[in-house]
Design a protein around this ligand. Sequence first.
Ligand SMILES: NC(=O)c1ccc[n+]([C@@H]2O[C@H](COP(=O)([O-])OP(=O)(O)OC[C@H]3O[C@@H](n4cnc5c(N)ncnc54)[C@H](O)[C@@H]3O)[C@@H](O)[C@H]2O)c1
Ligand SMILES: CC(C)[C@H](C(=O)O)[C@@H](O)C(=O)O
Ligand SMILES: [Mg+2]
Length: 347
Amino acid sequence: MPLIALLPGDGIGPEVVAEARRVLEALDLDLTFESAPVGGAAYEALGHPLPPSTLDLAQRADAVLFGAVGDARYDSLERAFRPEQAILGLRKALGLFANLRPAKLFAGLEDASALKPEVAGAIDLVIIRELNGDVYFGEKGQRKTADGRREGYDIMSYDEDQVRRIAHVGFQTARGRTGKLCSVDKANVLETSQLWRDVVIEVSAEYSDVQLTHMYVDNAAMQLVRNPGQFDTIVTGNLFGDILSDQASMCAGSIGMLPSASLNGTGKGMYEPIHGSAPDIAGQGKANPCATILSAAMLLRHSLNAAAAADRVEAAVTAALVAGSRTPDLGGALSTSAMGDAVVAKL
Ligand SMILES: NC(=O)c1ccc[n+]([C@@H]2O[C@H](COP(=O)([O-])OP(=O)(O)OC[C@H]3O[C@@H](n4cnc5c(N)ncnc54)[C@H](O)[C@@H]3O)[C@@H](O)[C@H]2O)c1
Ligand SMILES: CC(C)[C@H](C(=O)O)[C@@H](O)C(=O)O
Ligand SMILES: [Mg+2]
């Protein structure tokens, strides 16, 4: 019986994970669930954002369903104790280097997108974000300059193996879609990006059926808004992928719609909405649970080998939206749990 670790976290995390759990339970798949605190909730309960018991559960489970972490009240803690370290710690400890963030416009959501309907309607892309390296995991700190001024630093780096393994994920993903891969970097300025580009080009020799292009990240940000339909698969580094995926979410209607899968090549994975803990709407039943429900669908597909069940969940979300079910971020008035009800009813 597959074990799913539920790590609801902070803010709207518990609200959206509860709906995703209900959807998974409604499928009658014989899943076992075990929950553990993470982020600020874990800091309050056990003194650490990623306590050993939570990490142990994540390691024992077949898959992890993660909500969100973070709240301003923890922002002045020493960095090691901040909620966000939990998610970074899980990604590192589980070796989750490949983050898949699909963005597509669900039928009927054209009016929710920040773009013109005819521009938004074309968006159907996936961002493959490297998740274990880059400026996120380099040496960082604050120090004094020789003349006594404060200086902050974060070292950005990628080694060739890190780039190669995510490039393969990018090419393979593109191969399974329309065969177009766009590698996004900043090679005109950054040596990290020059190596990235060189290695992606080397790997491309093994994928002659995939059409590879390169784009600088500033242009990519602009092109995502100008004409998102031009993209199919984007492969990029940790920081650029973080930023571009939030941007892509709003092109597709709402940040409350974008799921993600973080994978390590073993079948084990962590699944989470791309959004955060949304303190501004937490506890009010306003959060859109679809990103987390769609993350649960990715969990079924990538970790449980249950593609038919994943399709069923995605079809239910689509059907609920087509029927007009909308949370406030999509211009509607349904509560988080009423949106969950609407999806469950369409399973
Ligand atoms: N994976 C994560 O756990 C994760 C991701 C991003 C940010 N964070 C943390 O979350 C906290 C808040 O960060 P932020 O405000 O920059 O980003 P956020 O994603 O939490 O919220 C940004 C905006 O989007 C809205 N929003 C987000 N998810 C929504 C949903 N499901 N339905 C409707 N509206 C939604 C919020 O109300 C807010 O206005 C910070 O502590 C940050 O570090 C955590
Ligand atoms: C909370 C933060 C560490 C995280 C990231 O930057 O990766 C988040 O923004 C995300 O997109 O998952
Ligand atoms: Mg982010």
